[in-house]
Write a protein that binds this ligand. Structure first.
Ligand SMILES: CC(C)(COP(=O)(O)OP(=O)(O)OC[C@H]1O[C@@H](n2cnc3c(N)ncnc32)[C@H](O)[C@@H]1OP(=O)(O)O)[C@@H](O)C(=O)NCCC(=O)NCCS
Length: 188
């Protein structure tokens, strides 16, 4: 394969910018968010993910000299990027593949790389959240052995500053204007 997956460090400024733009583009291209969405700056901020979690990228070229084609963030226990994980669980976030490179196994390879790194670090469980509309991601995660876990679902209102406010599920349904995140988990 002519792609290389590697961790990207907090000092790699131009790579971080490239990864941030790719992540935002991947979500925008699928209509998962629009340009005014408060989550967009967080998707763009790859530097924060490199600082406070493990930012992985797949880079074109055997020696990783080409463009970024995809990214995923592995969130270890204790990281401020934790949304769903508890105790010693690891979490996967912000998987994104360039819209022109999809369907070639890049998303799968990145997810596998993150899972392998988590297991190397002693993970006994990995969790993640998706939006209902992320059909490709659902298929990918299920094919990789993640199980849909309704009891891990959570519901949020998006705040202007990009943060979210969690609200309880009302009679199994999110309140009006809130978004339901679908939980998945995987054990080695
Ligand atoms: C999800 C995403 C990362 C997949 O990237 P990718 O490199 O195309 O993934 P792969 O090629 O490894 O696998 C894609 C799988 O999804 C399937 N797929 C693609 N589009 C699909 C769709 N609309 N509905 C259902 N399955 C779909 C493919 O058939 C493939 O499954 P298969 O190998 O069982 O045939 C990419 O679509 C993306 O960036 N989406 C926007 C961001 C996102 O949703 N991120 C998830 C965060 S939780």
């Amino acid at each position: 394969m002519r792609f290389a997956v590697r961790k990207v460090g907090p000092d790699e400024k131009s790579r971080l910018q490239e990864i941030g733009e790719l992540t935002a583009l991947a979500y925008l291209a699928d209509g998962l968010i629009d340009h005014a969405h408060p989550y967009l700056p967080q998707l763009r901020d790859a530097a924060a993910r490199a600082q406070d979690a493990e930012l992985l990228a797949m880079i074109d070229g055997e020696r990783g000299e080409g463009s970024i084609v995809g990214t995923i963030t592995l969130v270890p226990p204790g990281s401020p990027f934790i949304e769903l994980a508890e105790d010693a669980e690891f979490e996967l976030r912000m998987l994104a593949v360039s819209p022109i490179e999809r369907g070639r196994g890049i998303g799968r390879t990145l997810t596998q790389a993150a899972m392998d790194r988590a297991v190397e670090q002693g993970a006994t469980r990995i969790v993640l959240s998706t939006l209902d509309t992320m059909h490709a991601a659902h298929r990918l995660y299920e094919r990789m052995g993640f199980r849909r876990r309704e009891e891990l679902d959570w519901v949020v209102f998006d705040n202007e500053d990009g943060s979210v406010t969690r609200v309880p599920l009302e009679h199994g349904e999110p309140p009006e204007g809130a978004v339901r995140l679908l939980g998945y988990s995987w054990e080695p």
